[in-house]
Design a protein around this ligand. Structure first.
Ligand code: B12
Ligand code: SF4
Length: 445
């Protein structure tokens, strides 16, 4: 039996900065060794549809759903069975089943072996779902699946899954519920040592689970002498000693979801805790004094945003010499509380924007209250462009505590900013998938 793993691309433009998709190293690690496999990442290479295979396994996110269904159509025409998993497949299994033979909801661990066995026996079932999340100890990733592909030279590692917060636009709670699970720190360190790269990106949605778990990880990382980056909630800055330890353990950069400078917006998105304990200035100073480069993300379109909000956020991010920043239109994804609210309020522009050929990357998907949808689209694009001018890059670079701390940091800063600047114009306005029509499976009762 042969399985072909596929990572669909959002749009038909190859990527120069793709990172290794972890889910396929996990799936490969869970696949019995006597099963042949191949793997295609459409961000890097075309998919050879005519290569013989028995089962196609795709990961589907909301932004890649349209393209995933088009790929499924191609394989179905050739009589190949298809299984889909990942965020979108978990949230909208019935939509995916219009294009696939089977859908896996939730984690692959504890379930993938059964899917493979059923496919082998010719009795694939439409739905696979776990009763509860399995503990993460003992996971083994087979990264040989990435061999020969041009990914960024950074090792993606996962310490835990889930988040203790519940921001209304985010998919994490909808996927993991309130479950927050960590891998044993020893296993995480062994994995990093085995891979042997010196730069690690922790893909956890929030590395700051709690003080004890963060401390345990940071202390264990010190002897590895790696440099690492992560995503983190800003409330870690209440604890300067923990931030210092984070830096000593090798953290050079962390992404923080600032989201908004407006308290009422933060309340509305259930992220009032961003400013509950101290203001942004204090938090930023703690982080930057410790040497951590800040990647700040902002979202626009909440009820207290106006056309003036974009410039304020850009000035704030440049003024604080952020390493990078992103300015996105608020985008409702299925099963996130935001989606249901906007749908109930009749404010969604499309019926399922992710399938609508009129939707383009960067477009507003709903009618905001404080500006028009077009102003929201244009404002985010303008903010990204303004943040990435040469003058802004030079100004931000010159912070001795962070971006200008060492020649190596300067190199990383300049390279990341150059890539980001190019990507903004590359991505904006691209339609999802290609022009081929979606052809749902007709199932007879
Ligand atoms: C790292 C990351 C990125 C990296 C890319 C990493 C890479 N390798 O290419 C960067 C920063 C570039 C990025 C970009 C974007 N991302 Co992103 N990203 C993540 C993040 C934080 C971690 C991904 C990861 O490695 N997870 C660990 C792996 C092991 O988990 P997993 O992929 O979910 O896989 C498990 C299960 O889902 C399941 N599974 C998954 N696929 C399959 C397939 C089969 C067949 C089976 C059986 C099982 C299965 O098994 C796996 C193991 O249990 C996730 C959040 C998260 N926690 O996952 C967001 C996340 C996936 N990203 C998200 C978004 C929105 C984006 C962007 C669209 C943002 C933007 N506006 O531009 C872009 C574009 C993404 C794209 N599709 O091209 C959303 C997706 C929401 C949704 N409803 O689809 C997430 C969930 C973040 C969030 N909080 O909402 N992202
Ligand atoms: S803190 Fe981040 S990961 Fe956690 S719910 Fe909010 S946006 Fe999602």
């Amino acid at each position: 039996m042969k399985i072909t793993f596929i990572r669909p691309n959002m749009y038909p433009v190859r990527s120069a900065d793709a990172m290794t998709p972890l889910c396929f190293a996990i799936l490969k690690g869970l696949t019995p060794p006597d099963v042949d496999t191949s793997f295609y990442d459409e961000r890097l290479e075309p998919i050879p549809f005519d290569e013989p295979t028995d089962l196609v396994a795709m990961t589907v996110e909301t932004y890649t759903a349209r393209r995933s269904y088009q790929i499924a159509n191609e394989y179905r025409r050739r009589g190949v069975r298809i299984v889909m998993g990942g965020y979108h497949a978990t949230f909208l299994p019935d939509e995916c089943l219009q294009y696939a033979d089977a859908v896996v909801q939730g984690d692959a661990e504890g379930i993938w072996g059964r899917v493979v066995a059923d496919a082998r026996a010719g009795r694939l079932r439409p739905r696979y779902e776990q009763a509860e999340f399995a503990p993460l100890a003992g996971s083994w990733l087979d990264r040989s699946i990435y061999t020969g592909k041009r990914y960024l030279p950074v090792t993606l590692v996962q310490y835990g899954r889930g988040c203790r917060y519940n921001c209304d636009f985010c998919s994490i709670r909808a996927f993991y519920g309130s479950s927050v699970r960590q891998r044993p720190v020893r296993e995480v360190c062994e994995e990093i040592e085995q891979v042997g790269h010196h730069h690690v990106f922790f893909v956890d949605d929030n590395i700051f689970v709690d003080v004890a778990k963060a401390t345990e990880l940071f202390q264990a990382l010190i002897p590895l002498k790696i440099s690492w980056s992560c995503q983190c909630s800003i409330d870690i800055a209440r604890d300067p000693a923990l931030v210092k330890l984070m830096q000593r353990s090798g953290c050079t950069m962390a992404l923080f979801g600032f989201e908004s400078l407006d308290r009422d917006n933060l309340q509305q998105m259930r992220k009032g805790w961003n400013l509950k304990f101290q203001d942004y200035e204090t938090s930023i100073k703690v982080l930057q004094d410790a040497g951590i480069m800040i990647y700040g993300t902002f979202v626009f379109g909440y009820d207290h945003d106006t056309v003036a909000s974009f410039d304020r956020a850009v000035e704030f991010a440049i003024g604080h010499k952020f390493y990078l920043a992103n300015f996105n239109p608020l985008t409702p994804t299925p099963r996130a509380p935001l989606y249901d609210r906007l749908e109930q309020e009749g404010r969604l522009i499309h019926d399922r924007w992710w399938l609508d050929p009129r939707f383009h990357y960067g477009d507003a998907t709903f009618h905001p209250r404080g500006m028009t949808a077009d102003e929201l689209t244009a404002g985010c694009y303008r903010a990204r462009t303004a943040f990435n001018t040469s003058g802004s890059i030079l100004h931000r670079l010159l912070d001795r505590r962070t971006n200008f701390r060492s020649p190596q940091r300067v190199g990383i800063f300049l390279l990341s900013n150059a890539v980001t600047r190019r990507e903004i114009h590359h991505k904006q306005g691209l339609a999802l998938g290609d022009a081929t029509p979606l052809l749902p499976i007709v199932r007879h009762a």
